[in-house]
Design a protein around this ligand. Structure first.
Ligand SMILES: [Zn+2]
Length: 297
């Protein structure tokens, strides 16, 4: 779906409703507490344009079309929701989102937090793995924000971020980590997100020393001495490239407060995983991830 088609879709409550029902994001039928089948009624003065109403003459209960859906706890219109998700998926800034939707920046931030949560849940529950036989994954840790580097030191203390990137494809994952213990880096992250049998390249950092024993082919490089190991040919250029991408994105967002870093990393991960897709497809992917993570009830 391109921008023009999206604008046409969100002009009309009926097309919005049908579009969201087709994607499993709104219910197509609803039972009343009195067990009667509710009827969908057009209500022009409401945000969504429709409302469920009980046909039983001694009940007549009404319910919002959003009940039991991802949109339930929000008071922005469904048209605005779709437009925000679309603009976000094509990489527009928060400022542009606010300008184009007429929503305040504060509202945009709240809405985007919900979207970023979807990114993070999708990655954590997605059985998503990097590497595999014949593939190489570079891993590394990087300190974010310790040098008061981003915009007047809004990231006040340093935070460790662990990164994994697949060579050739550039598919990658980055996570904020509480520490750099083997338990955190290898047991929780590498083994969770990298297929066994993968060639893993890291620096000479002791938490990684057991990678050969847990099913990987481990090569090490020494950042300070050489970028390409003269014996194995191992190098870590791909992960260095990843760090500069992550840091450039963060800088473009004027840094971020400490608590929000994981959210930004989730967005980064999600965008990287769908980097091949065109913007319209990323929009559809996000909608299908919402439907998957927030099934209707
Ligand atoms: Zn009823």
């Amino acid at each position: 779906m391109n921008h023009f088609e999206l604008l046409a879709l969100i002009q009309n409550c009926q097309t919005i409703y049908t579009f969201l029902v087709d994607r499993g994001l709104l219910a197509s039928r609803r039972e009343c507490v009195c067990s009667a089948q509710m009827i969908l009624k057009e209500r022009q003065n409401t945000t969504d344009g429709y409302i469920w109403e009980c046909p039983s003459s001694n009940c007549r209960k009404r319910r919002s079309v959003r009940v039991g859906s991802f949109f339930e706890d929000s008071n922005i219109s469904l048209a605005q929701w779709l437009y925000v998700i679309y603009l976000w998926s094509i990489g527009e800034s928060n400022k542009r989102l606010s300008l184009l939707t007429g929503l305040s920046l504060r509202t945009i931030v709240t809405v985007l937090e919900k979207i970023r949560n979807i990114c993070s849940m999708k990655i954590l529950n997605g059985n998503f793995k990097l590497g595999g036989r014949g593939k190489t994954v570079e891993i590394d840790e990087s300190m974010f924000g310790n040098k008061r580097k981003y915009n007047r030191g809004r990231v006040s203390e340093g935070q460790w971020v662990f990164g994994m990137v697949e060579r050739d494809t550039g598919r990658s994952l980055v996570f904020r980590v509480p520490d750099r213990q083997r338990e955190t880096l290898v047991t929780r992250l590498v083994r969770e997100f990298v297929e066994p049998g993968t060639v893993i390249i890291s620096d000479k950092f002791s938490p990684y020393f057991n990678l050969n024993e847990v099913g990987y082919i481990h090569l090490m490089v020494n950042h300070s001495e050489n970028f390409v190991d003269p014996y194995t040919g191992a190098h870590s250029n791909t992960i260095e490239g990843l760090w500069s991408q992550v840091k450039r994105k963060l800088k473009a967002m004027n840094g971020t407060t400490k608590g929000k870093l994981p959210g930004y990393l989730d967005k980064f991960n999600w965008s990287k995983l769908h980097q091949e897709a065109n913007p319209g497809d990323r929009f559809q992917y996000m909608l299908s991830h919402i439907a998957e993570i927030f099934p209707l009830n």
